[in-house]
Design a protein around this ligand. Sequence first.
Ligand SMILES: [Mn+2]
Length: 441
Amino acid sequence: MRRPHFDMNVFKERRARLSGMAPGAAIILRSHPEMMRQYDVDHHYRPDSNLFYLTGWEEPESVFVFRPGQTPESVLFVRRKDVFRETWDGFRYGPEAAATEFRMDKTYLIDELDAVLPELLKPVARVYYHFNVDPDFDRRFLGLMEKFRVSLGRTGRGCLPIHDSWELLGEMRVKKEPYEAGVLRKACEITANAHVEVMRAVKPGMNERQLHGLFVGSAFRQGASREGYNSIVAGGAGATTLHYVFNDQVLRDGDLLLIDAGAECEYFTGDVTRTYPVNGRFTEAQKRVYEAVLKVQKDVIAMIKPGLPFTKLQEATIGWLVDAMLDLKLLKGDKRQIIDAGDFRKYYPHGVGHWLGMDVHDAGLYVIDGAPRPIEPGMVFTVEPGLYVPANDASAPAEYRGIGIRIEDDILVTADGCENMTAAAPKEIAELEEIVGKGAR
Ligand SMILES: [Mn+2]
């Protein structure tokens, strides 16, 4: 039999914490649909992060119901054992083994959900659920909620209020426990090492795809389980497309390469971007833009400490990048007016960072009750300023057209400042010129 390769105490401890946060509630989490099935081929299925976070359970067609303080408290609905399907698609635990191996109080077949869920809701005052992951299941869930309401008759109880499970669990996930920070640090180290391996290999004439393969190969060799998101490997002006997905062009001498890629390890992912010259030497124009972005990135990281509102990082980034745009003569005019009118978005259209964890854009609120959220120890987020000058931008100095630069690191907030968990990936010009294209160590 296949054994779970995660420490079940971790999930039990998380459930115990959640239990204290949501008394009287039922949290209902379903597995992701296997929506990537095309014809006869299954494309990478990844379990729902919240479901995995609380259970360690990885099979599709499953529903977890958690009822803090009730008996049973943890209830998992799973697929039946099926020798025929297992021959095609692999091992399934089935309800009995799911209960023992994953330490559930009670397990059922997924086919029993419609009959059992209304019973489980009887002692419950409210429900946490997240809509829009699977509209078919949303309809089934709402049907069951209505069936439950009808079953109450004239008892004075009516519809159960539904809250957002994504918000509830996001509040747990946004601050990393020491164990979680440790796993994330490992994912970040693997990511940084894989970036270095790619840097060493880069030469004019290589295809973006080769480098993508190198990154993934390096990550897997180091123990990663998958890419954390769709890697961006963009040579030349491809880097000015924020979500460049083609990864299929030949790298040209004299161009920059932007690579935004992360390795996932035990369900936590790194998220790193580096930009450097394909031939190992920055031109003077590339250097000027790069230095500007690098300085902003380092200055933003230097600001990070507990208590600072997260939104201040973006405000500072915009101010400093507008200074750079004026210096580089990308924009002309008054700084305040440029900021107020949003004119900087032509060259810097995104945010400076996002929470990072089990999902690359991790769960957690940025604003609480309308107020910007102060950052706290244990939070992890990216810092990724960039400047992107479209190749056909007639208003920009010609030497900058087609230059796209982003520099991204993963930052853990500590008690008195922060830790750059991806510092092992070089970003200084001198370091990059030293390493790019120099071959394996
Ligand atoms: Mn990112």
